[in-house]
Design a binder for this molecule. Structure first.
Ligand code: CA
Length: 223
């Protein structure tokens, strides 16, 4: 998953980014003002946007309105200060999905972000079941047919993304866009390496291949 944080307090932005990277394995981009936030939101594929309200150059309310006017359905979690004038009603009416009042607990932010991402992908339960595969997005553990499977951090991130879109064709480009932040060089062959690692571990002892390749199109996680 890939997250955009639009927050002008550098220390808070860095703390949130670290919590999302370490606590959830998400790729994270940070924008220090509303204009850059809007630019990034319009030019990249995010699974959630964490949006501060009081921002330089373009405030959070304007960023939110522009994102929704552009027809983007990405979940938006608004970070409000106690003295922000915008009411919760106005925020929700403008298309925000949830909000948190500062100061907030990073664990709560993480849990709410995960819940919004799941709901945004039509998967409200934190435990995803696809056939005999079970993926727990809270403990970040994977089982197939009751057998615990140990994955590397990147293998888990690839599988989690696929598990949120079961039986859909997911291209390599889509995986790269959702698994890397903008500081990373994107090489499509790294995805092939993770997929082959996943197959080796997931299909061990099973007669059926869980991840199917569609030549030139991408991958399908089948149940
Ligand atoms: Ca602010």
């Amino acid at each position: 998953m890939r997250v955009l944080i639009v927050e002008d307090e550098p220390r808070l932005a860095e703390n949130i980014a670290r919590a999302l990277r370490e606590g959830a394995g998400y790729a994270v981009d940070v924008a220090p003002d509303g204009q850059e936030g809007l630019f990034l939101a319009e030019s990249n594929a995010y699974d959630i946007v964490l949006l501060d309200l009081m921002l330089p150059r373009l405030d959070g309310m304007q960023v939110l309105a522009r994102i929704r006017q552009a027809g983007q359905h990405t979940p938006v979690l608004v970070l409000t200060a106690r003295d922000d004038k915008e009411s919760v009603v106005a925020l929700l009416n403008a298309g925000a999905d949830d909000y948190l009042t500062k100061p907030f607990d990073l664990g709560e932010l993480l849990a709410r972000s995960k819940a919004l991402i799941r709901r945004g992908k039509g998967q409200p339960s934190p435990v995803l079941t696809i056939g005999d595969l079970t993926l727990n997005t809270v403990s970040r553990t994977v089982q197939r047919g009751g057998r615990m499977i140990t994955l590397t951090a990147m293998e888990y991130r690839v599988l989690e993304y696929l598990a949120h879109r079961p039986r859909a064709v997911v291209s390599k480009t889509e995986l790269l866009e959702h698994l890397y932040d903008y500081n990373w060089e994107k090489f499509s062959n790294v995805i092939e390496v993770y997929i082959s690692g996943l197959r080796r571990k997931l299909d061990d002892g099973s007669s059926r291949q869980l991840i199917r390749t569609l030549r030139g199109q991408g991958y399908i996680l089948e149940g």
